[in-house]
Ligand binder design. Structure first.
Ligand SMILES: Cc1ncc(COP(=O)(O)O)c(C=O)c1O
Length: 373
């Protein structure tokens, strides 16, 4: 029997190869002008990304976790404050809260979308709640208008964790512009990925933007090089990454369209026993990940079959935040939906150039039972 070609979970080689000449030229220009930290490439990318997210400010930072932490610090969140975090997210969302000295309080998610809703945050709202981390997980925006029915009257800020949702929209409004501020990650595998670590904050609050810019650069005043006016730190986007990101930003919409086409193809071919998450009608998702729930078979059995069929896969996330040691004692709601998702979810191959034939083979391997193999 012929061994089938492997289908990777993510084909970064393909993503990079398509724009290799543009990337080389952008890096060469930065090496030539030596603006390695700050400078022309960073400023140009910040302007372009603010425009893309329909905001007035973008601050390039070192990574997505820093972006979230800097937003919280810029808002003055700290000791004695509580911040609501979905239990179903990458640990960085909760880490950012803890590093500010505040308490992460875990909320459950909607079982169909795996996202926060007004209903899931209501049980964990308290007089100490100052913010909610609206994590647009897997590429689908949280309905922040729904969240606002609970947070608005209480004066609680909505902070977007947009690490997995570059280019997604909610009722036509881009993520990055949906809360008081948004944190983006440019980790290489993200929809908009750098060639190393990188991140950004977007916000239309000019004062908040200024505070974040100051904190991220050692607390240095924007207009006085030798004055350090806030307790700061070092979290900056470098010129080489910014140059690469601006190239990739030009291709982001086309890349997201490729992911949407792949998602449609999956939906048409998924075998029984595998349920996709629900895509709401009021969003345009960017499918950072394509998630199915294993409804009838144990997930280990399915992943063993994928391994045998040389199909890449991932789990996002099999251990929810509240079950990791650093958050073992964190306050939480009843997290039944999160717990069930953690046991069932499976991430299938997803990247812009994933073709219909490969998707057909992934679904064939998924659907093959013991006798037919
Ligand atoms: C939902 C979410 N939040 C935050 C982050 C943190 O981003 P970074 O790895 O750039 O620090 C990630 C990255 O994996 C993420 O997926």
């Amino acid at each position: 029997m012929n061994t089938p070609n492997p289908i990777p979970f993510l084909d970064l080689q393909a993503v990079t190869a398509e724009i290799r000449d543009e990337l080389d030229a952008a890096w060469k220009a930065t090496v030539d002008n030596c603006a390695f930290i700050g400078g022309v490439a960073v400023e140009s990318f910040e302007e372009a990304f603010a425009r893309y997210t329909a905001t007035t400010n973008c601050i390039g930072v070192a990574n997505g976790t820093d972006a979230l932490e800097l937003i919280l610090a810029g808002l003055g969140v700290g000791e004695g404050d509580e911040v609501i975090v979905p239990a179903n997210t990458f640990i960085a969302t909760a880490e950012a809260v803890a590093h500010c000295g505040a308490k992460a309080v875990f909320a459950d998610v909607d079982p169909d979308t795996a996202l926060l809703t007004a209903e899931t945050i209501r049980p964990v709202m308290s007089p100490r709640t100052v913010a909610v981390m609206a994590v647009h997980l897997y590429g689908q925006p949280v309905d922040v208008d729904d969240l606002a029915t609970v947070t608005g009257p209480a004066g609680v800020a909505i902070i977007e964790d947009a690490a997995q949702a570059h280019g997604a929209t909610l009722r036509g409004r881009p993520v990055g512009s949906l809360g008081v501020a948004a944190g983006f990650s440019f980790y290489p595998g993200k929809n908009l990925g750098a060639l190393g670590d990188g991140g950004a904050v977007t916000t239309s609050d000019a004062q908040l933007a200024e505070r974040i810019r100051v904190i991220a650069n050692h607390g240095r005043a924007l207009d006085s090089r030798y004055d350090h006016i806030l307790l700061g730190r070092n979290s900056r986007l470098d010129g080489l990454q910014a140059a690469a990101l601006e190239v990739k930003l030009r291709h982001l919409d086309a890349a997201n369209d490729g992911r949407r086409t792949a998602a449609k193809a999956y939906e048409a071919s998924l075998p029984s026993g595998f349920a996709p998450l629900t895509d709401r009608d009021d969003v345009s998702s960017v499918y950072h990940l394509y998630i199915v729930r294993c409804m009838t078979e144990a997930r280990d059995t399915v992943t063993a079959r994928l391994d045998e069929g040389r199909v890449g896969w991932g789990l996002h996330y099999p251990v929810p935040c509240h079950r990791h040691e650093p958050f073992a004692n964190a306050p939480r709601a009843d997290l039944s939906a999160t717990e069930e998702l953690a046991d069932q979810i499976l991430s299938l191959p997803m990247f812009p150039s994933l073709d219909g034939q490969s998707i057909g083979r992934v679904c064939e391997v998924l659907g093959a039972d013991d006798q037919s193999r």
